[in-house]
Design a protein around this ligand. Structure first.
Ligand code: PMV
Length: 311
């Protein structure tokens, strides 16, 4: 049996603005993972079976074309590693990353698949190529991805990321304790990104000004994250959330959880990812983590996760 996995991720700062060439900051969530296993089977033909139990899918690879993200990730990888599939095998995928929630489940699935196939065929694939293959699959999921998800999940390190530039991995000055609350609404990144694009086209200078403000805030946050200045990071998260509200990507369910988290003493809180649903994140002192989690629960969260990022 061959196995590989990839983490989830959270965007700490800069979502949406990153699509418009502003920088963004994201961290891997290493305790939430998608895992892929491969084992040889005794099917008569050299076929590949794919079983993704969390999304209730089970299919033979040849039954799906390249519009299917799992099939596409597998075919791109087999092509990249020039694999000769002359014996049947089965790929099983399981995940503890919530789906359609802004935590990178799509990219983590692609990356776990790419890594497990490379390992099964004994080919060493570099991170850059892994991230590039996953980026191609991300385009199927949501049209014009910035590339932040495939990069932070491949490198599994905090990243300062700007579209079209090499990502800059960095070390956090102090670990981050995050409490994440799910709004109960699933969110399709592509739909939200397209809605922002429509509004940007209608009010370009207003939106450009918001993106620019987010870009400056990201640069401040980058310094604060490296220096471990939790108060500063928290208040920048609050500022970023209000700019996301101005962009029209927050919803009441997220705003209420954000408010409750701040009232319970979080350093700061904001939505994370595309918005319009999905998760919010709160940065907390671990001593009050349970209290903040309870407050987010009281605010109507459908699902709460507490994670520590960095050593
Ligand atoms: O895929 P999500 O929901 O984590 O959000 C992606 C972040 C956006 O900036 C909105 C889109 C992108 O491609 O960067």
């Amino acid at each position: 049996m061959t196995q590989a996995s990839a983490p989830g991720k959270a965007i700490l700062f800069g979502e949406h603005a990153v699509v418009y060439d502003q920088p963004a900051l994201a961290v891997p969530l290493s305790t939430l993972r998608t895992t892929a296993h491969i084992k040889a089977t005794d099917a008569v033909q050299p076929t590949i079976k794919v079983i993704a139990s969390d999304i209730r899918q089970s299919f033979w690879l040849h039954e799906r074309d390249d519009r299917d993200p799992l099939a596409y990730a597998i075919r791109l990888t087999l092509k990249e590693i020039e694999a000769e599939v002359d014996a049947p095998f089965e790929i099983r995928i399981s995940s503890d990353i919530p789906i359609a929630a802004g935590l990178g489940s799509g990219a983590a699935t692609s990356i776990a698949l790419i890594r497990v196939l490379a390992a099964y065929f004994n080919v060493a694939l570099g991170d850059r190529i892994i991230s590039e293959i996953a980026f191609k699959v991300e385009k199927l999921y949501h049209g014009t991805p910035s590339g932040i998800d495939n990069n932070v999940i491949t490198y599994e390190q905090p990243l300062y990321y700007k579209r079209g530039e090499d990502p800059i991995p960095f070390t956090l000055g102090t670990p981050l304790h995050l409490v994440l609350g799910h709004s109960g609404v699933s969110s399709q990144t592509g739909t939200v990104v397209n809605a922002v694009r429509e509004r940007w086209l209608a009010s370009t200078s207003e939106y450009d000004a918001i993106f620019l403000q987010i870009g400056s805030l990201v640069d401040l946050a980058y310094r604060a994250l490296k220096a471990g200045k939790l108060e500063t990071i928290g208040s920048l998260m609050n500022e970023n959330h209000s700019l996301l509200q101005q962009m029209g990507v927050s919803v009441d369910a997220l705003d209420i959880m954000v408010d409750y988290a701040r009232s319970a003493g979080a350093y700061g809180a904001k939505l994370s990812g595309a918005g319009a649903g999905g998760f919010m994140i709160a940065l907390v002192d671990p001593q009050i983590g349970d209290g903040v989690a309870q407050a987010i629960q009281d605010a109507g969260a459908h699902h709460i996760l507490s994670v520590k990022v960095g050593i």
